[in-house]
Design a protein around this ligand. Structure first.
Ligand SMILES: Nc1ncnc2c1ncn2[C@@H]1O[C@@H]2COP(=O)(O)O[C@H]2[C@H]1O
Length: 375
C-alpha cells in the first residue's frame, strides 16, 4: 500500500466515525453540541475498549463479575438528560474521560541510588521505556519495594489485581489453571531480574490470569493501578490493538499463545520505507528482525559480481533472523519493491521473545540454505 492508499484508508475510517456522529447529532439536535460531540467520541472509544475486553476474556477464559451483565453502552442522549450517558460501566477502565484531572500520583520516598536502580530496570520494560522523563519520574516515585520469601505467592489466579511488578532480584515461577474447571496448574514461565508481570488485570480490569510464586527470596518493585492507568495504560492498549492485526498475518507466530504475542506487540517498532530504499545491506552487521506489515520487498544476493534476486517478501513474511540466530553478517540485501511498512524487534527482544518459535525459524532457514554462502 503506498502513502496515497494509506491516507485514503485512514480517511475512510475517520469519515465513518464522523458521518455516524453527524447523523446522531442532527437527529438529536442537542443544545450544547460541542459537549455532546465530546461525549459521543468518548463513548465510541469506550465501546472499542469494551470489545477489546470481551475478546481478552474469551482468550484467557476469564470474566470479571463486575462486567458480566453489562451491554455495550448506548450513545449519548440529548443534553436535557443532564446525566448524559451511563457512567456505571467500570468507569476506571472504560471511562478514561475522568482520568488525569483527578490524578495525584503517590510518592514513596527513596534514595537517589534506589531511584537509579528502579529506572535501570524500567528502561528494559517496553511499556515504560518510551516514556518521557517526567512520566518516568512519576513511575519511579510511585514504585514500592516489596520483599517475598521463597515459596511465597505474589499473585493468585482469580484475585483482583491492584499492582504490577518488576523483578529487582530473585526468581519467580508463573503457573496457570488453563480452564476454570482445572484443578492442576500448568507451569508457564520463569521471571528474573528486569522482567515485568501482573499487567493484564490492570490493563483489562480482569481478575488475575495466572499465579506467581517466588522460587527464591525475591525483591520486587510494585506499581499501583492508579499510576499505571494514568501513565501507560492507554498507550499500551493502543499499541496491542494496532499490531495485533499485523502479527495475526505472520504465520511464523501462529503457534505462539496469545500472551506471547502481546509481549511481541509491546516490543515492536514500526518503520516506513519508500519504493527502492534498502532496509538491509548484505555483508553488514545485523541487529534487527523484521516482519512485513504492508508492501513487498525483494532479497538480492551477490553472485560473481552481479546481484541476483533470490526472494520476494509480502505482508506476513519475515526476514533478518539469520544474523541474529547465527551471529553472521547479513546474508542478502533487502530492498523495498513498493512503498512498504515493516515492524521490527531489536536483537535482544528477538532472542528473548521468539524463543518459542526458534525451532521453526531454524527449520525455515534451511529452505534458503542454498542461498547462504558462508555456512
Ligand atoms: N500465558 C499467560 N496468560 C496469562 N498471564 C500470563 C501468562 N504468562 C504470564 N502471565 C502473567 O501472569 C500475570 C498474572 O497476573 P495478571 O493477570 O495481572 O498478569 C499476568 C501476566 O503478567
Amino acid at each position: 500500500m503506498n502513502n496515497k492508499q494509506r491516507i485514503a484508508k485512514y480517511k475512510e475510517k475517520v469519515n465513518d466515525v464522523i458521518e455516524k456522529m453527524m447523523y446522531e447529532l442532527f437527529k438529536q439536535q442537542p443544545e450544547n453540541y460541542i459537549d455532546w460531540m465530546m461525549e459521543y467520541l468518548e463513548q465510541v472509544k469506550r465501546n472499542s475498549l469494551k470489545s477489546q475486553q470481551a475478546k481478552f476474556e474469551v482468550e484467557y477464559n476469564l470474566s470479571s463479575e463486575e462486567e458480566e451483565n453489562e451491554e455495550v453502552e448506548e450513545l449519548p442522549q440529548p443534553v436535557k438528560n443532564t446525566k448524559g450517558f451511563r457512567s456505571s460501566v467500570s468507569a476506571e477502565v472504560f471511562g478514561m474521560h475522568n482520568k488525569k484531572e483527578n490524578f495525584i500520583p503517590r510518592v514513596i520516598p527513596k534514595t537517589e541510588e534506589q531511584k537509579q536502580q528502579i529506572l535501570e530496570k524500567l528502561m528494559k520494560v517496553f511499556m515504560f521505556s518510551a516514556l518521557g522523563q517526567n512520566e518516568q519520574e512519576i513511575v519511579v516515585n510511585a514504585m514500592e519495594e516489596k520483599h517475598y520469601q521463597k515459596d511465597q505467592w505474589v499473585i493468585n489466579q482469580g484475585d483482583d489485581g491492584g499492582e504490577l511488578y518488576i523483578v529487582f532480584s530473585g526468581e519467580l515461577d508463573c503457573f496457570r489453571r488453563m480452564k476454570a474447571t482445572d484443578t492442576e496448574q500448568k507451569y508457564l514461565k520463569e521471571y528474573k531480574s528486569g522482567d515485568m508481570f501482573g499487567e493484564l488485570s490492570l490493563l483489562y480490569n480482569a481478575p488475575r490470569a495466572a499465579s506467581i510464586q517466588a522460587k527464591r527470596d525475591s525483591i520486587l518493585f510494585a506499581l499501583d493501578r492508579s499510576t499505571f492507568n494514568n501513565i501507560v495504560k492507554d498507550a499500551t492498549i493502543k499499541k496491542r490493538q494496532q499490531y495485533e492485526d499485523v502479527l495475526s498475518k505472520v504465520e511464523l507466530l501462529q503457534s505462539m499463545d496469545t500472551y506471547e504475542k502481546t509481549q511481541i506487540c509491546d516490543g515492536l517498532k514500526e518503520q516506513v520505507y519508500s519504493k527502492g530504499q534498502i532496509i538491509i545491506q548484505e555483508g553488514e552487521e545485523g541487529d534487527k528482525f523484521y516482519m512485513v506489515a504492508d508492501g513487498t520487498l525483494i532479497a538480492y544476493k551477490q553472485n560473481n559480481g552481479s546481484s541476483e534476486q533470490v526472494l520476494r517478501y509480502q505482508t506476513g513474511d519475515y526476514f533478518g533472523e539469520l544474523a541474529l540466530i547465527h551471529k553472521v553478517p547479513r546474508q542478502a540485501t533487502i530492498k523495498a519493491e513498493t512503498d512498504c511498512t515493516v515492524v521490527y524487534l531489536d536483537s535482544n527482544s528477538f532472542l528473548r521473545l521468539l524463543g518459542p518459535v526458534e525451532d521453526i525459524l531454524r527449520r525455515n532457514a534451511a529452505n534458503y540454505k542454498k542461498f547462504i554462502s558462508n555456512q
